[in-house]
Design a protein around this ligand. Structure first.
Ligand code: ATP
Length: 279
């Protein structure tokens, strides 16, 4: 028998259930993982192999390799893979509320809950950066939201370990989430994640609206490199709103805050909102 590492599972250990969604790789389905007489609810990313999918498989295995090191409440937990048979499986923590952008579009969310989303995402990203990982694709569509209202960062397909990463090939990029220096130099760093996080805050306070809606990619790029940025809606507490405008949407990455600063800034705002709501 094949010697399977702990994070490698046999297909027979996974019972597939209903479809949860459709990703770039293929289907995502509910599942139950049987491990040592225990049953665990999971989400299963399925993917067919073959020549056409080589690049995608590399991304998927990159995602698996990175995610298995992470354990944090704001990061989707990784439970292993099943790769001996086809289709390949990635087994993840099941997050029942679905993608964050869809949740924002479909639900009326209180200001306090919105701020808590910003904090949860900030803490997840802070943890990633402390572990020398650059996410590279921070956006509401790449976060999941649990039934108990916890934001979980997901989609580590593009993530890298290190202090910086230079894009070499002509890779498709989510222009409207990119930091100005990525547009001009093609470099990604933890600071470029901070900028994308700012764009995600725009999404959070705009009911999941698309940033720069109706604006072309070319105009968006021009705006961003010239310091013309998104305007966070007024539904955002003023303190945090000016923080995003003045400390996150900053052209020079050296003058931009790090994720530690962001979490530290949000915490007292939430405490104040919480106390005001209790009065
Ligand atoms: P893309 O890169 O286009 O966003 P992807 O291949 O990375 O796609 P995901 O976005 O991760 O795939 O997944 C597609 C959909 O499946 C999500 O929008 C979500 O609805 C569902 N989904 C993914 N992972 C989970 C999970 N861990 N728990 C619950 N649902 C999930």
């Amino acid at each position: 028998p094949i010697d399977l590492q702990v994070w490698e599972n046999r297909h027979s250990a996974v019972k597939l259930g209903d479809k949860l969604g459709e990703g770039a790789y293929g289907e995502v389905r509910k599942g139950v993982l049987h491990r040592k007489n225990k049953k665990l609810d999971v989400a299963v990313k399925l993917m067919k192999g073959g020549e056409l999918n080589k690049m995608k498989i590399r991304e998927m295995m990159n995602e698996a390799r990175l995610m298995r090191n992470f354990k944090h409440k704001n990061i989707v937990r990784f439970f292993g893979v099943a790769v001996v048979e086809q289709p390949l499986y990635i087994l993840l923590e099941l997050v029942n509320g679905g993608a964050l952008n869809t949740y924002l579009q479909k639900n009326k969310v209180s200001d306090l809950e919105l701020m808590r989303m910003c904090l949860g995402a900030a803490q997840g990203l802070q943890y990633l950066h402390a572990n020398h990982c650059i996410h590279r694709d921070i956006a509401a569509r790449n976060c999941l939201y649990s039934n108990d209202k916890v934001v979980k960062l997901s989609d580590f397909g593009l993530s890298v370990v290190g202090n910086q990463y230079k894009l070499c090939a002509a890779q498709k990029l989510p222009i409207k989430w990119l930091a100005p220096e990525t547009i001009t130099t093609r470099f990604f760093t933890p600071k470029t994640d901070v900028y994308s996080y700012g764009v995600m805050c725009f999404e959070i306070f705009s009911n999941g609206a698309e940033p720069w809606e109706g604006v072309t990619n070319t105009v968006t790029k021009n705006n961003v490199v010239n310091g013309i940025n998104l305007v966070i809606p007024e539904s955002c507490p003023e303190k945090f709103r000016s923080f995003v405008h003045e400390k996150i949407f900053v052209v020079d990455p050296k003058r931009r805050v790090v994720m530690d600063d962001v979490s530290r800034f949000i915490e007292p705002i939430i405490n104040d909102m919480h106390n005001a709501a209790a009065v």
